[in-house]
Design a protein. Structure first.
Length: 291
């Protein structure tokens, strides 16, 4: 192996010179080092907790779907890096996570489910449609023990993500680029329809956001955080449902004998504004909606 590497290096120096070869070497190290760090992070995670969350090429080739219709949407198993998952969740520290479900779409062997359990979510669910990875996730959930764990209600569900019934509760979705554009559009539409039926706060953590343009043009979600990271696999965006943002902007005014509530709600997304008139007493003053 060393002989082959030396031969390639000599050939490159002959082709591009020493300076050109150094540029290639530096670029190669720069491109591959983040992947190396992610792999070592994963190995350390599994060693510490005796879990199995790493990518194995042999597994990927054996357990990919045989059905051609499903295969065209198949994404090779690639676990999120430990640090990216944790950093994305830490950025939600100001949110009362105990009120939220956590749902990982395309959860694989469950690494992100385990990371999320260090946060006080109401419940944690993984959605994985390859039975082999789902079974490993169940074993990992049973094995995982961490003194910092705050959520103990974890589950992995073996189901096609496009068929997953979205719970009518507050949710943090985690997506590590699980879909091609067509299925990403379907997921966004299903989430928007769920918000229409039951307005509430939904957050979407989108790692390696290749199809973020589909999220950016949604009338129901706003970008609240963007992290470029070191390479695509550590880049992520976080979106929040506009209904939630609008609810936080609600203001109430008492004026004379009338209480006016000016609310930016779902209709404002269509360019409309609702003004609700109620009854109240007192002098003109501003009332904090959070009280």
């Amino acid at each position: 192996m060393l002989f082959a590497l030396t031969r390639k290096l000599k050939a490159k120096i002959k082709e591009a010179g020493i300076a050109g070869t150094l540029k290639v070497v530096v670029a190669t190290i720069k491109n591959r080092y983040p992947a190396y760090l992610r792999r070592k992070e994963g190995e350390n995670f599994d060693r510490r907790f005796k879990t199995d969350t790493q990518f194995l090429k042999t597994e990927d080739e054996i357990f990919r779907p045989a059905d051609p219709e499903r295969y065209q949407y198949f994404r090779a198993y690639a676990p999120s890096s430990v640090s990216t998952g944790r950093n994305a969740l830490l950025s939600l520290s100001a949110i009362p996570l105990e009120e939220f479900l956590f749902v990982d779409i395309g959860s694989g062997k469950g690494r992100v489910l385990l990371i999320a359990s260090d946060f006080p979510f109401k419940k944690i669910t993984g959605i994985e449609f390859i039975p082999h990875y789902h079974e490993i996730a169940l074993r990992n959930i049973a094995i995982y023990r961490n003194d910092s764990q705050k959520c103990f209600s974890l589950e992995s569900t073996c189901i096609d993500a496009t068929l997953f019934p979205i719970p009518e509760e507050k949710i943090v979705f985690f997506l590590f680029n699980p879909f091609p554009a067509k299925l990403m559009s379907q997921f966004i539409s299903a989430t928007e329809e769920s918000l229409e039926r039951c307005p509430r706060e939904i957050l979407i953590i989108y790692v390696n956001p290749i199809h973020r343009h589909l999220m950016d043009r949604s009338k129901y979600f706003s970008l609240i955080k963007e992290e470029k990271g070191h390479g695509t696999c550590s880049a992520y965006c976080i979106y929040s449902s506009k209904q939630a943002a609008a609810a936080q902007l609600e203001e109430r005014y008492i004026f004379g004998d009338s209480l006016f509530t000016v609310r930016q709600d779902r209709e404002e997304a269509r360019g409309e504004q609702n003004i609700e008139l109620g009854v109240g007493k007192g002098q003109a003053q501003h009332v904090d909606a959070n009280k």
